[in-house]
Design a protein around this ligand. Structure first.
Ligand code: ZN
Length: 530
């Protein structure tokens, strides 16, 4: 039941052939095929007909003359936990053309998915939501932040949690192997837990152990998980994040392609920006962050361990090719809002410290001891970003979250990822064709995560649809001014419900939780045979 939809249908023509009829558009169907002219009809949440429907009637007729009609975009790499509850309509995503997200990436998800899903069911979602089960989430539950390999008994308990989450509807397993505590695991542990998700036809999404110096080994490790378990592998937010190694994406993409030729199902996703966003903790050696907050403060207070951490940070910085921490900008810091939007180097000066790396490290320690910060890192080269986007098996994904408009100085990717690909890489640089760009936002991600009836304009598929002007589509969010909604989407339809009409939100919301095994997921063969 979607009571809000009734507001919209109150003007309904009883006895009409369809609920919604989109006339005269150019259909970019999500497969990558060239556009074709057709009318698209929607009934009961599904695409009911495609073709010449001039003699048909509908409760709502949309004239898409001069416009593209495409599937709603599917963003397979998001982190919406905790924020979708505040903005269930997910305005930033809907405005950017996104109608489905997969969350729980980088090893961090809700643990009790059934509970969370039923909470989301009641919110009136603007987007469809599917979730992965995160490695770090289950490891923290079983082992806290212990810096050691798991015992057989602990692996058994973690497997049981993964199995439970998959039964509750997760679409796969995610890792975040640079983060605490996943970084303390070995490949064996990851394979063992992934196996529990593979039994339910899940996919494997990995924030790899390294995205710079050791990226080739990290790709190989992720592929090993795919090989051992038979799962499709998604390499998350593919990049080269080491300034000294800019240009190396030719080698990393060649390795991905080599594995594909050998029969491993591995693809990548990417956000189209040269800055990354994550926590401040990643600037510290991982051993320094083990065993909980108290231990971390202890290490940062003890002069000996503090000096050792500082020394390793100096080395890490040199290795990443940065002269200082001016590449690191605070996005959100609850301890002092005045720091938001400032680099570590600037904050260091604000604190009256001398301009040098060791003082900047002291400043980082201060922030860590005050609860840490969310950061934006200028760590990628434009040539790598463009090369990765040109790779045909790269899906477009934001790595963003649901945003409360105006809050903090977040990475603009949550607002503008898809519009940016269309405006910058299709229209301005001309490195992608429109149909191919749309494929990377729709059928390619749907394929990897088994969303069998989404990501295409096809009769019988879920009616997640966009009507947009390809010349007008534009991202408005920048690093300096990140709270800006993308423009150009005249209509956004989610499960047959018109959420944006003539560029403005209607009161209706059509989003739903997508649990695996239902809502268009292919039933798991392994489960059927159990
Ligand atoms: Zn990540």
């Amino acid at each position: 039941m979607r009571p809000l939809a009734l507001l919209f249908v109150s003007v309904a023509l009883f006895g009409a052939d369809y609920g919604v009829l989109i006339r005269n558009g150019r259909v970019v169907d999500g497969t990558g095929n060239p556009w074709f002219r057709a009318d698209v009809a929607v009934k009961d949440g599904r695409i009911a007909a495609i073709g010449s429907l001039a003699d048909k009637t509908a409760e709502k007729v949309i004239d898409a003359e001069g416009r593209i009609v495409s599937p709603g975009f599917i963003d397979v790499h998001t982190h919406i936990e905790g924020d979708v509850e505040k903005v269930p309509r997910a305005d930033n995503y809907v405005r950017d053309g996104v109608t489905t997200v997969i969350t729980g990436n980088c090893g961090g998800s809700e643990l009790k998915l059934a509970d969370w899903f039923s909470k989301l069911d009641k919110l009136g979602l603007g987007i469809n939501v599917a979730s992965l089960i995160g490695h770090n989430t289950v490891r923290a539950e079983v082992m806290g932040t212990a810096n050691r390999p798991a015992t057989a008994a602990e692996i058994g308990r973690m497997q049981a949690l993964v199995d439970k989450a998959m039964t509750e509807g997760a679409v796969g397993f995610s890792t975040g192997l640079i983060y605490i505590p996943g970084t303390y695991s070995n490949t064996e542990e990851v394979v063992a837990l992934a196996r529990a998700a593979a039994k339910h036809n899940g996919s494997y999404a990995s924030h790899m152990r390294d995205e710079g110096e050791h990226v080739l080994q990290a790709i190989t490790e992720a592929v090993t998980v795919g090989r051992e378990t038979g799962m499709p592998v998604e390499l998350s937010h593919f990049k080269i994040d080491n300034r000294r190694l800019w240009g190396m994406s030719d080698m990393s993409l060649a390795l991905v392609e080599k594995f594909r030729r050998e029969g491993v199902d591995v693809v990548v996703d990417q956000y189209p920006y040269d800055r990354a966003s994550t926590n401040l903790g990643i600037t510290l050696p991982s051993w320094a962050l083990a065993d909980g907050r108290e231990k971390v403060s202890e290490r940062l207070t003890n002069p000996e361990s503090r000096a050792k951490i500082a020394h390793e940070m100096q080395e890490m910085l040199v290795n990443l090719g940065h002269p200082d921490y001016s590449y690191a900008t605070v996005a959100a810091f609850s301890g002092n809002k005045a720091y938001e939007g400032k680099t570590i180097s600037e904050i260091n000066v604000m604190k009256g410290r001398p301009k040098n790396v060791s003082s900047e490290i002291e400043t980082i320690f201060d922030l860590i001891l005050q609860g840490g910060a969310h950061m934006v890192y200028h760590s990628m080269g434009d040539a790598d970003v463009e090369r990765i986007i040109r790779y045909p098996n790269t899906a477009v994904a934001s790595d963003g979250g649901v945003r409360v408009f105006g809050s903090g100085i977040p990475h603009p990717r949550s607002y503008g990822t898809n519009a940016r690909v269309l405006a910058e890489y299709v229209n301005r640089r001309g490195v992608l064709m429109l149909e191919d760009a749309v494929r990377r936002m729709t059928s390619l991600p749907a394929r990897t995560f088994h969303l069998r009836d989404r990501g295409v304009v096809r009769e019988g598929a879920a009616a997640d649809l966009l009507v947009f002007d390809p010349a007008r589509v534009k991202d408005r969010a920048t690093h300096e001014d990140p709270h800006g909604y993308s423009t150009g989407s005249d209509y956004v339809i989610v499960n047959g419900i018109v959420e944006i009409e003539n560029g403005e939100f209607t009161p209706a919301r059509g989003g739903a939780v997508l649990r695996s095994g239902s809502a268009g997921q292919q039933p798991a063969p392994a489960r059927a045979s159990q």
